[in-house]
Design a protein around this ligand. Structure first.
Ligand SMILES: NC(=O)CC[C@H](N)C(=O)O
Length: 307
């Protein structure tokens, strides 16, 4: 990086420029509770290897992390059952929308990867492990709190209820998985747990702190082995932005995971953990201003896993 002391000023300029430009994209409206969120919002938080936390914009506003929760669910499940997850879920990008059912039929109910909805539903099925949903949810919330070293992280029940009431595609996916015998728990139970997991709300500051364990920053809580951390980051790089994963990798050179709440978590291995939020989405369902910010941050800092 050029001069680390210039980062705070860069982030302030980025925040001001994105707001002035006002190209926010459209908020996810298929979850009614998210449809009312004002798209003209932006926040970015960066935790660096020296432990410093820098940010700009609405770093203390909570937002729905949605699919970013799939990283934490995957970490819990890999810690619990290890590589046996891969007999039920693949590790290839899908090239399809996050909620697509298309490949499930062609590939006999084995989802392409754990970050598309079908794969995340299988992961949540493993997280449940026959326990009451409350216990599985305490495990994932406990993991996120431990990763961020902050207890004030919760599930927004209104968002979970809103998605549960209207999540017809996920209901289709979970039933379809069951028809291929790739679901152990009852479909409604898996779906109910999944929508609650997605409804975890956090600020960018909390999320960047939680991401330290994926970036492998010095001093981050040790919540998984180094081998698992690397693999999760590799999956973020190849599959973290659905059918926009290639574009995100091309623009930033960094592993990132998006959510339809407009959040993006980026791991810069050994150097930084970055959380960005802006709720307006692009055509792939990834944050529009957030992706722009990620690209400009990567250019400014020179951070890239490709050297
Ligand atoms: N891309 C996302 O963030 C999707 C998560 C959302 N809960 C869904 O399943 O539709």
């Amino acid at each position: 990086m050029t001069d680390p002391d210039r980062l705070p000023a860069f982030l302030d300029t980025l925040d001001a420029e994105l707001r002035a430009r006002g190209e926010w994209g459209r908020v996810a409206d298929y979850i009614p509770e998210l449809a009312g969120v004002d798209p003209a919002q932006f926040a970015i938080s960066v935790v660096r290897a020296d432990g410093s936390v820098t940010g700009a914009g609405q770093c203390d506003t909570r937002f729905s992390i949605q699919s970013i929760s799939k990283i934490f669910a995957l970490a819990c499940v890999l810690n619990r059952i290890g590589d046996s997850l891969w007999s039920r879920v693949g590790r290839e990008p899908s090239g399809d929308r996050f909620d697509s059912i298309l490949l499930l039929e062609q590939e006999q109910g084995r989802p392409r990867n754990p970050f598309i909805n079908a794969g995340a539903l299988v992961t949540t099925d493993e997280l449940l492990a026959g326990r009451p949903p409350r216990e599985a949810l305490s495990e994932i919330i406990g993991f996120v709190r431990a990763a961020a070293e902050e207890d004030d992280i919760h599930i927004d029940k209104a968002v979970a209820a809103s998605e549960a009431a209207t999540g017809y595609r996920n209901a289709a996916l979970v039933n379809y998985l069951k028809s291929f015998d790739n679901l152990r728990n009852a479909p409604e139970r898996v779906l109910g747990t999944y929508v609650h997991q997605c409804a975890i709300e956090m600020t960018t500051r909390q999320l960047a702190l939680a991401g330290r364990c994926i970036a492998g920053l010095p001093g981050a809580p040790m919540l998984m082995t180094e081998a698992k951390r690397r693999r999760i980051a590799a999956l973020m790089m190849t599959c973290g932005h659905y059918d926009g994963s290639g574009d995100f990798a091309f623009r930033t050179g960094l592993p990132g995971k998006s959510g339809v709440g407009g959040g993006i978590l980026i791991a810069v291995p050994g150097r930084a953990s970055v959380a960005i939020w802006s709720p307006g989405l692009n055509a792939w369902g990834n944050s529009q201003a957030g992706t722009e910010a990620a690209e400009r941050l990567a250019r400014f800092t020179g951070w890239s896993v490709f050297g």
